[in-house]
Write a protein that binds this ligand. Structure first.
Ligand SMILES: [Zn+2]
Ligand SMILES: [Zn+2]
Length: 344
């Protein structure tokens, strides 16, 4: 089979790989579409030879090609996606349903071969069934939607609320649509790219703010502050503004990541967390009990019903054999990419 494998920093090539074998608890999936995640982008540019040996990719859709003897409830040819984390299911964190906190896990697409390939192997228990009518080209967005849902499902009722989304990459643009579906009255979005702000407005945002030009803090204050801030930029200005624009007793969902950036802010700003009695809520991955969590079935349902639109979010689709061209687009700062997808 063909796989899109890294060959040095920012270099990718379509290579011939052995067809993977499955054990009795696993399923072989013929990949249809696989999205390039921010984490794949990071792995592609990291000076680490490990990424030249493992096939990346964990946001995908496909159809079942082979089923292990112990896997029940599925049939050949069935459309599926799958949860990429393979937790131990035995440790305290797993038994408490906090699978993201498992220390004894493996991961399809970073520790085991992933979905930038014609075929990928998953444990049967990780499968996410999709209906016969599910549009497979949208399947690469299931996993990113679950990332949004994981912290949002921990919130209370949002009907009539004011929320803010800082950072309009794929995750931010999907979060906007979830907040709209949940009945938020005001959805403030901020970014530095006008096109992304315009797209967010088409998808349900009510107030667009280009932070290079407009004053996000004033605009949020004019609406009484944000009861929920979904911080999707991972940037320091994003984190700072989240504290500033949150309403008293508001909740800040820390979803965006950027471990390479130092987080420095003055004491007065940080103390606003106490003064305003804010809740800073960390969120990591996308799992809950019962495994893999309702994040996954809800994400598939929102895509299938059209409650979440993908137009404008999937900006580029390339055949798997053109994996290098796809990553070139991702790494080209002049190329307006949001979600880039490989078609196997
Ligand atoms: Zn991802
Ligand atoms: Zn565990």
């Amino acid at each position: 089979m063909i796989a899109g494998l890294r060959n040095g920093v920012k270099n990718f090539e379509a290579v011939e790989r052995q067809m993977p074998e499955i054990n009795d608890d696993e399923v072989l999936i013929k990949v249809a579409f696989a999205g390039i995640c921010g984490s794949d982008i990071h792995r592609g540019e990291e000076d680490n030879a490990k990424w030249d040996t493992i096939v990346l990719g964990h946001e995908f859709s496909g159809v079942i090609e082979k089923i292990g003897a112990n896997v029940t409830g599925y049939k050949l040819g069935q459309k599926v996606s799958a949860a990429p984390l393979c937790p131990c299911h035995k440790c305290d964190a797993c038994l408490e349903g906090n699978f993201s906190l498992c220390k004894g896990y493996t991961f399809v697409g970073s520790r085991k071969d992933g979905a930038f390939a014609e075929y990928v192997v998953f444990p049967g228990k990780n499968l996410v069934p999709l209906s016969d009518d599910f549009p497979l080209e949208k399947g690469a967005l299931i996993e990113p939607i679950t990332v949004c849902l994981h912290p949002i499902l921990r919130l209370g009722n949002l009907l009539g609320s004011t929320v803010a989304v800082t950072g309009l990459g794929g995750i931010g643009l999907l979060a906007v649509q979830i907040f709209k579906a949940l009945g938020a009255k005001n959805i403030i979005v901020s970014d530095v790219v006008d096109e992304k702000i315009e797209l967010a407005k088409k998808l349900g945002a009510t107030h667009g703010v280009n932070v290079l030009r407009d004053n996000l803090v004033e605009i949020a204050a004019g609406l009484g502050g944000a009861e929920v801030v979904f911080e999707a930029s991972g940037s320091l200005p994003g984190k700072k503004s989240a504290i500033q624009i949150a309403k008293g007793r508001g909740k800040i969902l820390l979803v965006g990541t950027n471990p390479s950036q130092e987080v420095v802010m003055d004491g007065v700003l940080f103390e606003l967390v106490s003064r305003k009695e804010l809740e800073m809520i960390g969120s990591w991955m996308n799992y809950s009990a019962p495994w893999p969590g309702k994040e996954w079935s809800i994400a598939a349902w929102m895509l299938e019903t059209g409650m979440i639109k993908t137009d404008g979010i999937v900006t580029h689709t390339y055949p798997l054999k053109d994996v290098q061209i796809a990553f070139n687009a991702v790494y080209d700062p002049k190329e307006p990419t949001i979600k880039v997808v490989l078609e196997a």
